[in-house]
Design a protein around this ligand. Structure first.
Ligand code: ADP
Length: 204
C-alpha cells in the first residue's frame, strides 16, 4: 500500500460545538470488550434500543457485521486484529464527532489496540467509555451461542480468543460488567449511569 502525500485536514465551516448545539446532541463512544459470548452484543443492542427510544442517535458497530463489509479483507492474525480495531476506532470517532453515540462491540483482545482507540478519542476531545464484559470463560463456553468454543476445543478453529489466543483484560475500564451474574437490563442501567456521568446523556 502506498502512503498518500499532500493530503491536508479540511476543517469545514461548522465547529463541533455548533453542530452539537444546533442538533441538540452530544456524541461519544461506548466500547464493549470481552470474550466471545460474554454478552457484548446482547447488551450493546439493548443499550442502542434504549437510547434510540429516548430520541438519541445511537448506532451499533458490531464485530461480525463490520467483518462483512468495511473489514472483510481482514483475518484474525494479531496484525489484522490491530487493523480491524484501528479502522473501527476511526469510524467510531467520526460517528461521535457527528454527535451520535457509537456503540462498539468487539472482542478487541489486545490492550494496546483498545488504548490506541482511547487515545484517538482523547486527542479529539471525545468521550470514550470502555466497558469490560467480564464473564468467566466457563460461562461463555457453556453459552456458546455460535458453537465457536466447541469448534475451537475440537481444533477446527485456530487462534480463538480465550482458548489458543490471548485476551488481555482492561486494567482501567470505565465500567466492569459481570454479565455472568447481572441481567441484561441491569447491565444497560449501569452503562447509562456512566454515560450520564460523562455528560453524553442527561440522565440515567
Ligand atoms: P458476544 O457479543 O460477547 O459474543 P453475545 O451477546 O453474542 O456475546 O452472546 C451472549 C449470550 O449470552 C447470548 O446468547 C445472551 O442471550 C446470553 N446471556 C445470558 N445472560 C446474559 C447477560 N446478563 N448479558 C448478556 N448476555 C447474556
Amino acid at each position: 500500500m502506498t502512503q498518500a502525500t499532500n493530503i491536508h485536514w479540511h476543517e469545514g465551516d461548522l465547529t463541533r460545538a455548533e453542530r452539537w448545539e444546533r442538533l441538540g446532541t452530544r456524541g461519544g463512544t461506548v466500547w464493549f470488550t470481552g470474550l466471545s459470548a460474554s454478552g457484548k452484543s446482547t447488551i450493546a443492542s439493548a443499550l442502542e434500543q434504549e437510547l434510540v427510544h429516548r430520541g438519541r442517535v445511537a448506532y451499533r458497530l458490531d464485530g461480525d457485521n463490520i467483518r462483512h463489509g468495511l473489514n472483510r479483507n481482514l483475518g484474525f492474525s494479531a496484525e489484522d486484529r490491530a487493523e480491524n480495531i484501528r479502522r473501527i476506532g476511526e469510524v467510531a470517532k467520526l460517528f461521535a464527532d457527528a454527535g451520535a453515540i457509537a456503540i462498539c462491540s468487539f472482542i478487541s483482545p489486545y490492550a494496546r489496540d483498545r488504548d490506541a482507540v482511547r487515545k484517538l478519542h482523547a486527542d479529539g476531545g471525545l468521550s470514550f467509555i470502555e466497558v469490560f464484559a467480564d464473564t468467566p470463560i466457563d460461562v461463555c463456553e457453556r453459552r456458546d451461542p455460535k458453537g465457536l468454543y466447541k469448534k475451537a476445543r475440537a481444533g477446527q478453529l485456530k487462534g480463538f480468543t480465550g482458548i489458543d489466543d490471548p485476551y488481555e483484560a482492561p486494567r482501567a475500564a470505565e465500567l466492569v460488567l459481570k454479565p455472568g451474574d447481572e441481567g441484561v437490563e441491569a447491565c444497560v442501567g449501569r452503562v447509562l449511569r456512566v454515560l450520564a456521568g460523562a455528560g453524553v446523556i442527561d440522565r440515567a
